[in-house]
Write a protein that binds this ligand. Structure first.
Ligand SMILES: Nc1ncnc2c1ncn2[C@@H]1O[C@H](COP(=O)(O)OP(=O)(O)OP(=O)(O)O)[C@@H](O)[C@H]1O
Ligand SMILES: [Mg+2]
Length: 312
């Protein structure tokens, strides 16, 4: 039977309020100035779903949004990009998460999450739609809604029963703190886990990508990809180990590089590529993403990525 979707991205959808060039010197008793302030849609599931569409995948998002203006903004941006929004869960009881982000002149960021980011829309209750897809991306494990063992169990067991490929991206925890030990019986249900270097260090307690990956595998994960930012990526799992150097680009903003990487990896696996070819493609998607400001700006199409890989 032909599936309705290639990919469902499950997880965080939000609005980023981005403040650049914040001047900590007050101009009045309670007034401060910044160079700019803008709103951007974001969240891992949103970035991954948008990248999935651009790479040619039939992509849906399963996320929670409030019945508010921020929720409309996210839903609208997803629709305009071509993401199927019919699975979005909207609630008048929860505001759409809004992250406050301070970006310094050197590009480094401080982001502030709040209680709205703990919004658990219980994706396991919508497991009925999983059978319509070939793959799930969890964006992200260890953050709401995947900071609750019962939710993680519900989603992973339903995905396993229906034979979906499962890729779990990760984040550092913000409100609820789970570790690999808490998920020991569930980690074997994940096909690929894709922490960045900080996340891999945090959850494994190790310092090198090889050692970090080993800890994840020892906890039952089948395959680990450590995203290494400007250093490329490292894979370890059923295919042995693969280290890829970074693609050569001029990076201006790394926001969403990991999300574009994960979508690229899923895209190529779903097209039947092996692990190494999918990793090369993902490594290029992450690199391309960094060449423009914003998580959903630089990546345009699969052809673009293939041309870029040829030029490397
Ligand atoms: N400066 C860079 N040069 C080349 N490739 C890069 C660069 N930065 C990121 N990448 C590519 O993007 C991938 C993901 O980047 P990174 O490790 O920053 O993920 P991340 O921290 O999960 O990102 P985010 O959470 O912001 O989406 C890297 O593994 C690499 O392939
Ligand atoms: Mg990330």
């Amino acid at each position: 039977m032909k599936k309705e979707y290639d990919l469902i991205c499950v997880g965080m959808a939000l609005v980023d309020s981005i403040i650049k060039g914040f001047d900590p010197k007050p101009v009045s008793a309670s007034g401060y100035r910044a160079a700019s302030g803008s709103l951007n849609v974001g969240g891992e599931a949103v970035n991954e779903a948008m990248a999935g569409v651009k790479l040619g995948l039939r992509t849906a998002i399963l996320c929670g949004l409030g019945e508010d203006g921020a929720g409309d903004m996210v839903a609208d941006a997803l629709q305009r990009c071509g993401v199927d929004t019919s699975l979005i869960v909207r609630s008048a009881d929860h505001p759409t998460p809004v992250t406050t982000m301070f970006v310094r002149d050197d590009g480094s960021r401080q982001s502030i999450t709040n209680a709205s980011h703990t919004y658990n829309f219980h994706p396991e209750r919508y497991r009925g739609c999983f059978g319509k897809a070939r793959a799930l991306i969890l964006g992200s494990l260890f953050r709401a809604p995947f900071d609750d063992v019962d939710v993680i169990r519900g989603v992973l067991s339903a995905a396993g029963e229906q034979g979906l490929l499962v890729i779990a991206d990760t984040k550092l925890p913000n409100f609820r703190f789970l570790g690999l030990e808490d998920l020991r019986d569930l980690l074997p249900l994940i096909d690929y886990i894709t922490p960045n270097e900080d996340e891999a260090r945090y959850y494994s307690g190790r310092e090198t990508p090889e050692e970090m990956a080993r800890v994840f595998l020892d906890c039952g994960v089948k395959n680990v990809i450590v995203k290494l930012g400007a250093k490329g990526c490292y894979y370890r799992g059923t295919e042995g180990s693969i280290s890829l150097p970074p693609c050569e680009i001029h990076a201006v903003d790394a926001t969403g590089a990991g999300d574009n990487f994960v979508a690229g990896f899923a895209c190529e696996l779903l097209r039947g590529s092996g692990t190494e070819a999918a990793l090369r493609f993902a490594n290029a998607c992450g690199a391309i993403c960094t060449t423009a400001v914003g998580a959903a700006t630089a990546l345009k199409s699969r052809e673009q990525v293939l041309d870029f890989l040829k030029s490397q």
